[in-house]
Write a protein that binds this ligand. Structure first.
Ligand code: G3P
Length: 217
C-alpha cells in the first residue's frame, strides 16, 4: 500500500520523507488555504522534496478552464498529478489529460458508480472520501470494498486512493480490502507507528540493558 501525506506543510512533509516511507502528497484548495502559501510555489517546493505524485487540484468548474489550469499546474514539475472533481466536466478533463499521459487524481468520490466512471475516464487515482462518508452516516469502508470489487472485475488500472482518512483503523481496513494508496494527515501517519506495548517493551529492554553496564560502541 502506498502512503501519501495529505498536507502542504513543508516541515511535516520533510519529516515524513526522511522515514523513507512516503510515496506521495495530496493537496486540495482547503489544504492550500490552510498553508497560507502561494499555490504554485508550495506545490513546486513539495515536488522537490518527494519523488512520488503530488496532487494539485484545479479550481474551475468548467472543462475548458480546467484544462487551462491543468496546463499551468503540470508545468510546475514532472511529478505533479492533476486533481479534478468527480463531475462531468471533471471527467471530461480527466479523459483529455490522461490520454495525453498526464496523471489524474479524481477527487470527491462518494459512490462506486462515480468510481466506475472515473476509471472509464482513465483516472490514475480515484479518491473516495471515507471520513466524510462516515460523518454522514454512510459506510466509508464498504464504498472502498465495492470499488475494489468493480475495479478487479474489469481489470481497471485506476488506483484506489483512500482519502479523508481520520484514524489508523481507516488505514487498517483499507489495507485489508486491498486499496492501492491511502492519504492521511501527518498526525494520522505518525499514529500508525505507535503502540503502548512497544513503548513498554522498549523501556524494559533499555532498563535491563542499563543493568548490564555494557556498551555496543
Ligand atoms: O484528500 C481529501 C482530504 O483532504 C479530505 O479530508 O478530513 O477534510 O474530509 P477531510
Amino acid at each position: 500500500m502506498k502512503f501519501f501525506a495529505d498536507t502542504a506543510d513543508i516541515d511535516a512533509i520533510r519529516d515524513l520523507e526522511a522515514t523513507g516511507l512516503l510515496d506521495g502528497v495530496t493537496t486540495n484548495p482547503s489544504i492550500i488555504h490552510k498553508s497560507g502559501r502561494k499555490f504554485t510555489e508550495v506545490i513546486a517546493e513539495i515536488c522537490k522534496i518527494v519523488d512520488g505524485p503530488v496532487s494539485a487540484e484545479v479550481v474551475a468548474l468548467d472543462h475548458a478552464t480546467m484544462m487551462k489550469e491543468a496546463e499551468v499546474l503540470r508545468k510546475i514539475a514532472d511529478n505533479v498529478c492533476i486533481k479534478v472533481p468527480l463531475t462531468i466536466d471533471g471527467l471530461k478533463t480527466c479523459k483529455a489529460l490522461s490520454s495525453e499521459g498526464t496523471q489524474v487524481n479524481v477527487t470527491l468520490c462518494f459512490s462506486a458508480n462515480q468510481a466506475l466512471l472515473a476509471a472509464k475516464a482513465g483516472a490514475t487515482f480515484i479518491s473516495p472520501f471515507v471520513g466524510r462518508h462516515d460523518d454522514n452516516g454512510f459506510d466509508g469502508m464498504q464504498l472502498i470494498d465495492d470499488i475494489r470489487l468493480i475495479y478487479d472485475n474489469y481489470q481497471f488500472d485506476t488506483e484506489i486512493l483512500v482519502a479523508s482518512v481520520r484514524h489508523p483503523v481507516h488505514v487498517l481496513e483499507a489495507a485489508k480490502i486491498g486499496a492501492d494508496v491511502m492519504t492521511a494527515p501527518p498526525s494520522v501517519i505518525h499514529s500508525l507507528f505507535n503502540h503502548v506495548l512497544t513503548d513498554k517493551g522498549l523501556a524494559a529492554f533499555a532498563a535491563d540493558w542499563e543493568k548490564t553496564g555494557q556498551s555496543i560502541l
